[in-house]
Design a protein around this ligand. Structure first.
Ligand code: NAD
Length: 251
């Protein structure tokens, strides 16, 4: 039997990169998926052709919209009777240093990466708190959620926040039977990093920072995210798991 048969899992940032790889992996493991993203068009062009309509719903959601997040997850819980998991992949980059960071740009990066993750975690926990099935949340931190990175001040602030709230939620949610962990990817080949990887000198520097000698593929991050949703990870909560080719091994 596929390991998620009958289970509904909510994935944000599902129209691209790591989120899209998570959706593909979950569907192939038998899960049913509510795939959310800011861009309904991108969701449509990615998933419109998939044959198994009963196991996939797509929805436009801005994770920074607290009320919309609560409403979307509560209605999914009501529609499907239970939810098994939440994966928070929605994220944006933020390039700025302490000299030039603008408050609005800073707030935007914090809004999507940190507030959005909090909104979705709250929506999920409120919707499933009285259920009895096994439930798990996976947040996406970053190497930048474990170490300083020059010129990425808003992003580092947000990702340290994601690592921190993941740890803080674990004692709150353990008694409810909800595990919560984060994955901290190294540089991964997605549209998110395209603008940096286009520069050969920057790409060479990035590769050199990963002891495995290359950047990651979205499927390699998705494999670990999906593992954390399964009962194989039943004794894991409050962990921030590096999936980064060794980038942060020597911190
Ligand atoms: N790619 C990397 O190298 C890397 C490394 C470390 C961490 N991460 C993190 O992994 C996560 C996924 O990144 P990715 O590389 O797949 O990026 P991506 O740009 O390919 O995908 C991000 C998705 O999030 C969606 N999104 C953006 N704002 C949103 C909002 N307000 N509401 C809902 N959806 C929104 C985008 O539309 C996009 O589909 C992010 O949190 C990112 O910070 C990525």
């Amino acid at each position: 039997m596929a390991r998620f048969e009958g289970d509904w899992i909510v994935v944000t940032g599902a129209a691209s990169g790591i989120g899209a790889a998570v959706v593909r992996r979950l569907l192939s493991d038998g899960a049913s998926v509510l795939a959310c993203d800011l861009s309904q068009d991108a969701l449509g062009s990615l998933y419109g052709e998939l044959p198994d309509e009963k196991r996939l719903e797509t929805a436009r959601l801005d994770v920074t919209n607290h009320a919309a997040a609560l409403e979307m997850v509560a209605s999914a819980r009501a529609r499907h009777g239970a939810l098994r998991g939440l994966v928070n992949c929605a994220g944006i980059a933020g390039v700025a240093n302490i000299m030039d960071v603008e408050p609005d740009a800073y707030r935007k990066v914090m809004g999507v990466n940190l507030d959005g993750t909090i909104n979705m975690c709250q929506a999920f926990v409120r919707a499933v708190k009285d259920d009895k099935n096994h439930r798990a949340i996976v947040n996406i931190s970053s190497g930048a959620g474990l170490m300083g990175v020059a010129n990425r001040l808003p992003y580092v602030a947000a990702k340290f926040g994601v690592s921190g709230i993941t740890k803080s939620m674990s004692p709150e949610l353990g008694p409810l039977g909800i595990r919560v962990n984060a994955v901290a990817p190294g540089v991964t080949r997605t549209p998110f990093m395209e603008y940096v990887l286009k520069d050969p000198a920057a790409a060479a520097r990035i590769i050199a920072a990963h002891p495995i000698g290359r950047i990651g593929e979205p499927e390699e991050i998705a494999n670990v995210i999906v593992f954390l949703l399964t009962d194989d990870a039943s004794f894991m909560t409050g962990a921030v798991v590096s999936v980064d080719g060794g980038q942060t091994a020597c911190l």
